[in-house]
Structures are given as C-alpha cells and as structure tokens.
Design a protein around this ligand. Structure first.
Ligand code: MN
Length: 239
C-alpha cells in the first residue's frame, strides 16, 4: 500500500496563538510505516503551544522505526510534557490531546489517542468517526444522559476527561484494515466544533487531492468563525 498525505494548521480568526501541533508538517508519500499525528495543547500563556510541541516531538521520535508502537509513542509524549512541567513550574497545568496513526506497508493502520482530537475514515460506505472523544459531554451521551444534538451545542463540550501531561494516562488504541481509495482525516477540535460532519464528508469526498482538501477544511472552519486553532492531516490510501 502507498500513502499520500498533506497537513495544514491555522490559528483561526480569533486566537493570537496556535496551540496545535502536527507531524509531519509537510506533505509527502511513503509505502509505510509512516507515523502522523495532531495534538491540541492547553494551558496559560505559551504553555499550550509548549505542551503540544513537546508531545509531538516525543511521539515522532525515530518515526520510521515501526518497532515503536503507537501507544508507546503517546506514552512518551505524556512523559515529555510531565517532565517539562516539573522542570519549569510556570508551565504547570499545561496539557495536550494527541491522535496518532501508524500506517503500515500491509494496509493496516494502528491508532492511539487521548483527548478530543479526532480520526475519521472515508471509505466506500461513507465517512465514519474512528475515535471516541474523551470529554465529559461525550461520556454523558454514552450514558444516555443527554442526546448527541444537545452535546453539539453544550457550553462544557470542550471539558476533557483525559489529557496528556498531567499524570498517568489511559490511552485508547485500535487498528483497522485499509482499502485502496480510503481516506483518513486527523483533526483538532477547531475543525469539528466549527464544521458539521456532513460538510467535512462533502469536502473529503469532493474528488480533490489531499492538499486542496486540507486547505478547504481549514478555510471552512475559518469561514464558520474560526474561533479555535484548526489542524488537519488528510491521508489517501493508494494501491
Ligand atoms: Mn482546540
């Protein structure tokens, strides 16, 4: 299998800083293994930017070494943020999400994630969300306490139940089998809070390449208000 990707990040229309980080920062293609990820930092002053950057640097370490499992990469990211906070108390309280995929030569994809940055799969059957948001509101939805519609506009929808950089962490992992023609999207919540899933699907399914699709997604988030930083990685699966 061959993979072709493009990534993009933008501060948006409201925020001065971009606290998201991503890897790789440039477009490319490879037969795999290839590791790609997005991270959305949080914390006072510059701490959010520091958290997501340190996390991505740690998780991307030796990224062509497929013996390092995605879960180990996300665990390293967690440790890197914790260590930086211990070394500099002014950064205390910083944290970050991370959604990471390793695409393998045999067409399997291994994911690891913490927080509310998402992964979607567009395949012949349409688009589906692969990840589970680690948010208070999503847990209430899963418990049947509130409806998905109520959750979409809930004022506390950004409150995370899991974040890297605070302490020991439970990391979600799963693997899928890809088919040629599939497309994967990794994104921060700046996209998904501004743009409805059906619009994301329309953009991904418009027949454009990975680069124009990436920028169309970011432009759509900004057109809708761009209240948060938006980061996307679009990956095409080729035979
Ligand atoms: Mn965000």
């Amino acid at each position: 299998m061959k993979y072709v990707w493009a990534s993009g990040t933008d501060a948006g229309r409201v925020r001065e800083h971009n606290e998201d980080s991503l890897f790789p920062t440039t477009s490319g293609n490879a037969d795999g293994p290839v590791v790609l990820m997005v991270a959305d930092g949080m914390g006072g002053a510059v701490a959010g930017e520091v958290a997501s950057r340190l996390a991505v640097e740690a998780a991307a370490f030796d990224h062509e070494d497929d013996s390092i499992e995605p879960i180990a990469r996300v665990a390293s990211a967690n440790e890197a943020v914790i260590e930086a906070t211990l070394a500099d108390p002014s950064l205390s309280g910083m944290g970050t999400t991370m959604t990471l995929v390793r695409l393998n030569p045999d067409g399997t994809a291994d994911f690891a994630h913490v927080g509310d940055s998402r992964a979607y799969l567009l395949s012949e059957g349409g688009m589906r969300l692969l990840t589970n948001d680690h948010t208070v509101i999503n847990e209430l939805v899963e418990l049947g306490k509130i409806t998905p519609k109520e959750a979409a506009n809930h004022p506390h929808r950004h409150m995370l139940t899991r974040v890297l950089g605070i302490g020991p962490i439970s990391i979600d992992t799963f693997s899928i089998e890809l088919q040629p023609g599939d497309r994967i999207l990794l994104c921060s919540d700046g996209l998904t809070t501004m743009v409805a899933d059906f619009t994301i699907e329309q953009i991904l399914d418009a027949g454009e390449g990975v680069e124009p699709s990436s920028w169309a997604l970011i432009e759509q988030a900004n057109t809708a208000g761009g209240v948060d930083n938006t980061t996307v990685v679009v990956i095409d699966v080729l035979p």
